[in-house]
Design a protein around this ligand. Structure first.
Ligand code: FE2
Length: 303
C-alpha cells in the first residue's frame, strides 16, 4: 500500500486536507480499517499484551493526578500491565525507532506534508484503559491519530489563548515562561466550551491541528497509533541558518567575555555592537533560497 496520508483519507484529496490544515480545523475520517492494514497487521499492534511482549524499552505510565504525559513515570514492560489494569494510561514513545515500517510512514508523511528537514517526526502508541484519557491540553506538534482498538472520545476546540504555540501546555500545569511571553489571553482553568466532539472507533483517523485544545476519554480499553510532527517555525529556520553562517566567523565564535563584568562590560558592548553592525550590513542581501539552502539542502541546491 502506498504510504501516504492521501491514501488513508481518500476520497478526500490532499487539497481537502490542506484546507483543514491551513485553517487549523480538525479532520476525522471513519471506516478506513481496510486501508489501515499496514498498521493493524503489525504483530505488536494486535493487542496490548503482544505489544508489551516485544517492546524493548521502558514505557511511560501516567501517574495519579493530572492525566498527562507531563505527569508520568518510566516503568518496565513487566510492571505496565498491572498499571494499565489499575487505570493508568501507557505511552510507548518513538515506536518508529523499533519498526522500519512505521519509520517509512513517518518519513513519507513528512515529505507529503512538505515539512522541513528539521522536522522531528515520530510515531507513538497510546494504550488507554476504559474510563481514562488525557486532561485538557494543546501540543506544539501536528498530530495524526489512528484508532487501532477500542473506542475513544475526543473533544477538540480552537485555541483562542495563543496562536502558533511553540510548546505544549496542559491546564493546571505552570505555563512555560517563553509561551507565557506571547499569550493572546491568560490560560484558562477549564476546557473551552465550544468544542467539537469526535468518537474514534477502530478504523478512524483524526488530524489534530497544531495548538488545538483537546481532551480524551476511552469508552473501552483502547490502543491508538499516533504520528506527530514538530516542524520548525520561521524562527527555527532563520536561527539555524544564521548559526551556520556566523559559525564561519572566528570573531562570532569568540567567547562572549565580560558581559557581566562591572568594569569591563563597556568593552563587551562595543565588541558586540561592532559584530551586530557587520551583520546588519550583510542581512539586506539574504534571500529565502539562501537560507533554505542551509536547512533543506537537498531540495534547494544552489545554482
Ligand atoms: Fe495531545
Amino acid at each position: 500500500m502506498e504510504k501516504s496520508l492521501q491514501s488513508l483519507i481518500a476520497p478526500l484529496s490532499k487539497s481537502d486536507f490542506l484546507n483543514h490544515y491551513k485553517s487549523n480545523t480538525p479532520l476525522v475520517v471513519h471506516d478506513i480499517k481496510d486501508r489501515m492494514k499496514d498498521f493493524t497487521e503489525l504483530p505488536f499492534l494486535k493487542s496490548l499484551d503482544s505489544l508489551l511482549k516485544v517492546w524493548p524499552e521502558h514505557v511511560d505510565s501516567y501517574c495519579p493526578g493530572i492525566a498527562d504525559e507531563a505527569n508520568s513515570k518510566s516503568i518496565t514492560t513487566q510492571e505496565a500491565q498491572g498499571c494499565f489494569n489499575n487505570g493508568m494510561s501507557l505511552l510507548f514513545n518513538d515506536a518508529n525507532k523499533h519498526s522500519p515500517l512505521l519509520n517509512e510512514w513517518v518519513e513519507s508523511m513528512k515529505f507529503e506534508l512538505g515539512l522541513s528537514n528539521l522536522t522531528f517526526g515520530r510515531s507513538l502508541i497510546y494504550a488507554t484503559p476504559k474510563g481514562q484519557g488525557t486532561d485538557p491540553h494543546f501540543d506544539q506538534n501536528i498530530n495524526f491519530v489512528l484508532q487501532i482498538h477500542g473506542t475513544k472520545k475526543w473533544w477538540i476546540a480552537d485555541n483562542e489563548h495563543v496562536e502558533n504555540p511553540m510548546t505544549r501546555h496542559t491546564i493546571g500545569v505552570p505555563t512555560d515562561p517563553e509561551l507565557d511571553s506571547y499569550l493572546h489571553r491568560e490560560m484558562p482553568n477549564k476546557f473551552p466550551e465550544n468544542s467539537t466532539e469526535v468518537t474514534l472507533k477502530p478504523g478512524s483517523l483524526l488530524f489534530v491541528p497544531r495548538g488545538a485544545w483537546h481532551k480524551t476519554i476511552a469508552e473501552s480499553d483502547a490502543l491508538a497509533l499516533n504520528f506527530t510532527f514538530t516542524a520548525p517555525t520561521w524562527i527555527d529556520i532563520l536561527t539555524t541558518a544564521m548559526r551556520g553562517r556566523l559559525a564561519q566567523s572566528s570573531e562570532w565564535r569568540e567567547t562572549a567575555d565580560f558581559v557581566t563584568d562591572e568594569e569591563l562590560f563597556p568593552q563587551a558592548f562595543e565588541k558586540f555592537d561592532m559584530l551586530l553592525s557587520e551583520l546588519a550590513h550583510d542581512i539586506p542581501n539574504w534571500r529565502s533560497h539562501h537560507i533554505l539552502h542551509a536547512t533543506e539542502m537537498d531540495k534547494f541546491p544552489l545554482k
